[in-house]
Design a protein around this ligand. Structure first.
Ligand SMILES: Cc1cc2nc3c(=O)[nH]c(=O)nc-3n(C[C@H](O)[C@H](O)[C@H](O)COP(=O)(O)OP(=O)(O)OC[C@H]3O[C@@H](n4cnc5c(N)ncnc54)[C@H](O)[C@@H]3O)c2cc1C
Length: 405
């Protein structure tokens, strides 16, 4: 059985290894000059390859429950065993995020490459697939440069549109669509958020931990974590995690609770007790929060001018400062582009895919894996987990001989 895997990213590599272990003759066709470029960039070069707490609640799309069969068949425990067998030591950090022990993404790619080599998987690089046609029981695969290849089965693992410089330029969508598959609206996710910037310009480069609330239409997303102020708006893991709701939503807003561990009443008392003639408004928050952030909070709450001594702050102004610290709200003006996004939200609808095998219901012998599908995960190892799982299932099932064949 000859299997062509289109795309040498995380899901394609897992599919290739699994199919080859099951006896298939496998070739990976990759548009870049090498496979696995995106893996090297993951987790800031450390590759957060899974999250041991991953569950269906961490995934989005029209039908996130589609992943339940993957959860039951090849999920985090199996992924960890898979990498352990390849000789990779791992460590689990906060919130269940798992990394190679060396904290080098190259460790993940290296062990995968050695296994591909051991299994004699053929790797053809600089082969960008333009179209695939099924002729009788065989697929004919044509590249943009006019080269042709043939296979009994095809696993389409071309990724989404996020970070095209790392390979995934969205060209796989039209291949899937040519077989009748439907594509939902696509938008960048796990991406920086653009906001109104007048007030926060001076905060560029400052990081803080906050409870982030993103509100868009009737939807809300809340996440606690690091927020980075930038010249265009907000970045950082907490922002990435709520960014999904921004797409398409011109009326979105983001609200930061800068002191989530202190409740309003306690904060009100703390602020009241800080009023003294020795501190002016500019230094009122010093020792409590970042001085520049404190000054922006003063402006936001309209407690000015800075030259006032803090013993002149009225109870009403203290209340306004509390509200500003617990609810610093900015209007969202958009997100950064595909070049900055880590993941694609939206994709090929899963209705026409068999979740037990990853095979297309529209074309026998065609399998789809990873980010090309309408499944996207939160930030924290969930997207690679989906890539490994869907790749494994597709590789296993594509390499099975059909009973009536
Ligand atoms: C900067 C960054 C950091 C990330 N960090 C993490 C992280 O730490 N943890 C996590 O879980 N997720 C992370 N992600 C997300 C995760 O990397 C992806 O969700 C995952 O790699 C998707 O796997 P995939 O196999 O579906 O697609 P990809 O990994 O994108 O692979 C697709 C492959 O197909 C090739 N290709 C595309 N079109 C064609 C074509 N027409 N012909 C031939 N080849 C083609 C591409 O060149 C590419 O090699 C990160 C993403 C980015 C961009």
């Amino acid at each position: 059985m000859e299997i062509a895997v289109i795309g040498g990213g995380a899901s394609g590599i897992l599919a290739a290894i699994t199919a080859a272990r099951n006896g298939a003759k496998v070739t990976i066709y990759e548009r870049c000059d090498r496979i696995g470029r995106k893996i090297l960039a993951t987790g800031n070069g450390r590759c957060n390859y899974t999250n041991v707490n991953a569950g269906v609640g961490n995934y989005h799309g029209k039908n996130p429950e589609f992943i339940n069969d993957a959860i039951n068949n090849f999920w985090t425990i199996e992924t960890n065993s898979f990498f352990a067998e390849l000789g990779m030591l791992t460590k689990v950090e906060e919130n269940g995020k798992a990394f190679p022990y060396s904290l080098q993404a190259s460790a993940v790619l290296d062990v995968l490459r050695y296994e591909l080599e051991r299994l004699c998987v053929n790797i053809v690089t600089e082969f960008e697939v333009e179209n695939i046609i099924k002729e009788k029981n065989r697929f004919s695969i044509k590249s943009y440069s006019g080269m042709k290849a043939y296979a009994d089965k095809v696993i389409l693992s071309t990724g989404g549109k996020a970070s095209p410089s790392l390979g995934s330029n969205g060209s796989g969508y039209q291949i899937a669509q040519s077989f009748g598959h439907k594509l939902s609206k696509l938008y960048p996710s796990l991406v920086q958020i653009k906001t109104e910037t007048d007030l926060i310009k001076s905060l560029k480069g400052i990081k803080l931990d906050a409870n982030v609330l993103l509100e868009a239409k009737n939807k809300k997303s809340i996440y606690f974590g690091e927020v980075l102020f930038t010249d265009y708006g907000l970045s950082g893991p907490a922002i990435f995690n709520v960014s999904r709701l921004c797409a398409d939503n011109i009326d979105a807003s983001v609200t930061l609770d800068i002191l989530p561990e202190i409740d309003n009443e306690e904060l009100y008392e703390i602020l009241k007790s800080r009023r003294t003639e020795y501190r002016n408004l500019e230094t009122f928050f010093v020792g409590m929060i970042n001085k520049k952030v404190g000054m922006v909070i003063m402006k936001y709450a309209k407690v000015l001018p800075f030259s006032r001594t803090s013993d002149t702050i009225s109870d009403d102004e203290i209340k306004r400062l509390c509200d500003a610290l617990k609810g610093f709200k900015l209007k969202v003006t958009g997100t950064m582009s595909w070049n900055n996004a880590q993941v694609t939200a939206g994709g090929i609808l899963t209705d026409d895919i068999n979740s037990l095998t990853m095979e297309s219901r529209l074309c026998e012998g065609l399998y789809l894996t990873g980010e090309i599908l309408d499944i996207d995960g939160d930030c924290g190892g969930y997207n690679l987990q989906w890539a490994w799982s869907s790749g494994y299932i597709a590789g296993l099932n594509a390499s099975k001989e059909r009973e009536n064949a």
